[in-house]
Design a protein around this ligand. Structure first.
Ligand SMILES: *Cc1c(COP(=O)(O)O)cnc(C)c1O
Length: 401
């Protein structure tokens, strides 16, 4: 064994432990487009695992926009935004998103992860305080850690607990930031954005919302949770993603002109990582047009959400609401409990023709492992009926139902 191999032997041990616990996985490989029925590892499956909520990832207009932009402006941008890599299309997209969100300005990052981590770490320092929902996304947690601010975690959606934590340090000098997901990615429930904004106002705290799963899903034409709660003007920092319902790649921050100008100067992923290739902003621009011109996509998304949820509930599945939150969005978990069982369920579903990923510890708490299903606007009622049959038959076989 080489020296390096010996040095990394502890990783092999940890992988062996995952294998023993039944939670080790292999990446499933998509052979064609991210569609309601597609092929993974050469097998045709119904796809309930993607975030392509509105089918925009393969909308002809996005594809055409990407191809045209690539032909005209090239395959890559060649530099970070602050050096030479800001293209006209990047600016157009930022202006388009700011207008859509009805805010002064917007900055686009390479991903939603970079947007969260880059923003929180740029605006706070070690004298400051972050008040964060216990189920907030990993990119918020990492941003909070990078900032070196003091992190106070409040119980899930517990506005009173958040207020209690704020009150404890209200006389300390640091700045305070209250932060929540708009839609929680593992349970599909909606954050109490309006109520938290009220608490933030009372304590003079900055209010920030991560709308990754709400962009294109909640609010008028998919404007997100702030629009859903009519909380316009009460949230200082709105984060969204371009990688899920918008169908492409990227993350953005919306807010005041000075917030965005500051991030242009201080957000490290913006300063030190190359900007998107032209195909990305071009396809995103096409996506925002479609959000406004094809409202039927959101209508179908919500119709599918309500009917699939009713079907799974009447089949007797634990779809949350007992010891886990109840979904209010197209993200619909089927709670299984043990990690190994959830992983086994996912594998058996795949063999039966259904792609639904197991979400296990540490992504969710011990004992709350689940299959996460996500319907899109493009699933037909027949496909969803077939998916429900596969879920029910497989669950019975494994004594989950
Ligand atoms: C997916 C997700 C992100 C990250 O977005 P990407 O564009 O995929 O990097 C951030 N926050 C939440 C809540 C998410 O679900």
């Amino acid at each position: 064994m080489s020296e390096t191999r010996k040095q990394l032997g502890y990783l092999t041990e940890q992988l062996d432990a995952m294998r023993a616990a039944g939670t080790h996985f292999r990446l499933r490989v998509l052979d064609d487009q991210q569609a309601p029925i597609c092929h993974y590892d050469g097998k045709e499956v119904i796809n309930l695992a993607s975030n392509n909520y509105l089918g925009l990832a393969n909308h002809p207009k996005l594809i055409e926009a990407a191809v045209e932009a690539t032909k005209k402006f090239g395959a890559g941008s060649g530099a970070v935004r602050t050096i030479a890599g800001t293209m006209r299309l990047h600016m157009q997209l930022e202006e388009r998103i700011a207008a859509f969100k009805n805010v002064e300005a917007c900055v686009v990052f390479q991903s939603g992860f970079a947007a969260n981590a880059g923003t929180v770490s740029a605006i706070l320092g070690k004298e400051d305080f972050i008040f964060s929902d216990e189920l907030n996304h990993a990119s918020i947690i990492d941003g909070a850690r990078l900032s070196r601010a003091k992190i106070k975690v409040f119980r899930h959606k517990d506005v009173a607990h958040c207020e209690e934590l704020l009150a404890e340090v209200q006389n300390e000098p640091g700045r305070k930031l209250v932060i929540t997901d708009g839609v929680f990615s593992m349970d599909g429930d909606i954050g109490p954005v309006g109520a938290l904004a009220g608490v933030a106002e009372r304590y003079g705290a900055i209010m920030m919302v991560d709308d990754a799963h709400a962009s294109g899903v909640l609010g008028r034409h998919g404007r997100g949770s702030i629009d859903h709660f009519h909380a316009h003007g009460r949230v200082d920092i709105q984060v969204g993603t371009l990688s899920k319902a918008i169908g492409s790649l990227g993350g953005y921050v919306c807010g005041s002109r000075d917030l965005i100008d500051f991030l242009y100067h201080r957000a490290r992923p913006f300063l030190f990582s190359t900007s998107h290739p032209p195909a990305v902003p071009a396809s995103c621009l096409a996506a925002f047009d479609i959000l406004e011109s094809e409202p039927d996509r959101m209508e179908r998304l919500w119709r599918n959400t309500h009917s699939f949820k009713a079907t799974l509930a009447s089949a007797g599945f634990n779809i949350g609401g007992q010891n886990t939150p109840m979904s209010e969005t197209p993200i619909l978990p089927i709670i299984v409990g043990e990690s190994a069982k959830a992983a086994e369920f996912s594998r058996a579903l795949f063999d039966a023709g259904l792609m639904a990923t197991a979400i296990t510890y540490p992504t969710v708490a011990q004992g709350k492992a689940r299959i996460r299903t996500i319907v899109t606007s493009e699933h037909s009622p027949e496909t969803l009926a077939q998916a429900a049959e596969i879920l029910t038959a497989t669950a019975k076989k494994l004594a989950i139902l």
